[in-house]
Design a protein. Structure first.
Length: 142
């Protein structure tokens, strides 16, 4: 007895092929998204060196700057204080939709960053700390 190919069997094979293509697409999309997330959180070369470097000079600079910002704000150079102030008091020129600690915010053109971005001070402070560490490593750890 010969096997007959029916329209139901053909439809089943087509459906199976579509499901297979969909699964491969989802897996590929996930891998690409994960790779982009890894690249965006990797930071600059200086930050990666600062975090992973076991050089005693780099570690001492990192510790000194961290302690300065945590315990002795008066000893922070004016250049880095100005960086924080400038960022926090920046006038927004384009609409910004963001999220800070899982709280969504919107900054509209003309607003001051500190008025609409709840993480403006923390972000500015972190940027200034990282810049100071990078500058000091470049000066002291040659």
């Amino acid at each position: 007895m010969a096997l007959q190919t029916t329209s139901f069997k053909i439809a089943r094979y087509i459906l199976l092929a579509l499901v297979l293509v969909l699964c491969i697409g989802i897996i590929t999309w996930t891998l690409i998204a994960r790779n982009r997330a890894d690249q965006s959180t990797s930071g600059t070369v200086e930050n990666v060196i600062r975090i992973t470097n076991t050089d005693p000079c780099v570690q001492s600079v990192n510790n000194a700057v961290s302690q300065m910002w945590a315990y002795n704000a008066a000893s922070i150079p004016q250049k880095y204080r100005d960086m924080v102030t400038q960022y926090v008091n920046e006038k927004i020129t384009t609409r910004i939709n963001g999220s800070c600690n899982d709280v969504r915010f919107v900054c509209r053109p003309g607003q001051i960053r500190r008025d609409c971005d709840p993480c403006a001070l923390g972000s500015a402070r972190q940027f200034a700390i990282e810049q100071q560490i990078s500058d000091m490593i470049a000066e002291q750890c040659k």
